[in-house]
Design a protein around this ligand. Structure first.
Ligand SMILES: Cc1ncc(COP(=O)(O)O)c(C=O)c1O
Length: 397
């Protein structure tokens, strides 16, 4: 494809949707079977999905609980952690707002620690520097599918007696020193949102070190009721339930699990396809004036959830936002993961945060562009993305 043509609008070309999930016939058939069974709410398919997910994460089923989003998983985990109101939770400014909002909704106080600019994950030294007498927990985010430095983070947590709630929204396949992420801390929280590595539309999973805390999270996720609806209305006879605390309506539906069961069965296949695309991008962009993801650390596995390049206007000759618009004109959907949390007015007003306080996250948030990385991409789609990126860099010079 001629580079000169890449900048031109391509209205004849179908738009390449960012993060489009790969849905296959097995999921469609399972959803139809679920609807025909008329059991749409939490039931046998959720139980199956929990069992499958536990097996994939090498956990007993009693240490996982399905919920209807990762946001719900984070919220419920922080309530189940039993921290006192107003306790400080240290997290990263380079995350989706759900991580910070869940802390707030649990009645806790978010405190930010800057990222390592190379890995874009929270910097353990910055965590240590952010600890105060009111700190009770750390919420690391395995950003883009790359594991945080869990040895260092767990050492800080042990030293200061802090709980750890891992945000694994990007990191279903991620391992660190041979161990799955989400199994280091007290809780791991996973997302099955439509753009994630395993999709249920909306959906989430909590994993936990302590069975009693997971059992509490499960109760909290369904109104605080002692028995879930499946057990109440099953063929074993009506069971009364008791409300044992003020819970939430966060349960996963069988309709969602019907998709998830088959998505999870293909998680490794899809990961391999994303890894292939990732490697192709790395090779194709090696000589461009853009920042590229750091190579995975030794003895870790990167989930390859997001492939983000850094557009520094001084180097690339094009601003990040002009680059986003140019990609859009080439009929390519892109993402920004993420503007740093202190860029948002709510947090500025409520906590007085200014982006400059966390300079690494601020700079990266203003330069980053995520390119399509769905396993659904054809080789031709991948080459189209590569041609478009090259063209922006070439034409901007
Ligand atoms: C890092 C991170 N944490 C939490 C979430 C929230 O996930 P969900 O949409 O399943 O609530 C997301 C979703 O985009 C995320 O990227």
């Amino acid at each position: 494809m001629q580079v000169e043509h890449m900048n031109e609008p391509r209205s004849e070309q179908p738009f390449l949707i960012f993060g489009s999930p790969l849905i296959e016939q097995a999921e469609i058939d399972e959803v139809v079977a679920c609807m025909e069974s008329a059991w749409l709410g939490t039931g046998p398919r959720v139980a199956q999905f929990e069992q499958d997910f536990a097996a994939y994460q090498r956990l007993q089923t009693s240490r996982v609980a399905a919920v209807n989003s990762c946001t719900a998983a984070l919220h419920v985990s922080m309530v189940a952690a039993g921290l006192e109101p107003g306790a400080e939770v240290i997290t990263t400014p380079m995350t989706f707002c759900a991580s910070v909002n869940a802390i707030i909704h649990a009645g806790l106080a978010p405190v930010l620690a800057d990222i390592d600019p190379a890995t874009q994950c929270i910097d353990p030294a910055a965590i240590e520097a952010a600890i105060t007498p009111r700190t009770r927990a750390i919420l690391p985010v395995h950003f883009a599918g790359r594991s945080c430095e869990m040895d260092a983070i767990m050492a800080i947590a042990d030293k200061h007696h802090l709980m750890v709630i891992e945000d694994c929204a990007h990191a279903i396949e991620t391992t660190y020193h041979g161990r799955k992420v989400g199994t280091f801390g007290d809780f791991g929280c996973f997302s099955f949102y439509a753009t994630k590595n395993v999709v249920t539309g909306e959906g989430g999973m909590i994993t936990g070190r302590d069975e009693a805390r997971i059992a509490r999270a499960r109760v909290l996720a369904l109104h605080g009721m002692s028995k879930d609806a499946w057990h109440r209305f099953g063929d074993a006879g009506y069971k009364h339930y008791q409300v044992i605390e003020a819970g939430f309506k966060y349960n996963m539906m069988d309709l969602q699990a019907a998709i998830g069961i088959h998505q999870l069965a293909r998680v490794e296949k899809n990961w391999r396809r994303r890894e292939t695309i990732w490697n192709r991008y790395m090779e194709a962009f090696a000589n461009l004036p853009v920042g590229l993801p750091a190579p995975p650390a030794p003895d870790t596995r990167h989930a390859c959830h997001l492939f983000s390049i850094m557009i520094d206007e001084a180097r690339c000759g094009i601003s990040r936002d002009d680059f986003l618009n140019a990609m859009n004109a080439c009929r390519i959907g892109t993402g920004v993961h993420y503007l740093s949390m202190p860029e948002h007015p709510y947090y500025q007003k409520r906590f007085g945060w200014k982006p400059e306080q966390w300079p690494n996250a601020m700079r990266i948030g203003r330069q980053t562009v995520s390119l399509p990385l769905s396993p659904k991409l054809t080789d031709a789609d991948v080459e189209h993305v590569i041609g478009a990126v090259r063209a922006q860099c070439a034409s901007a010079k």
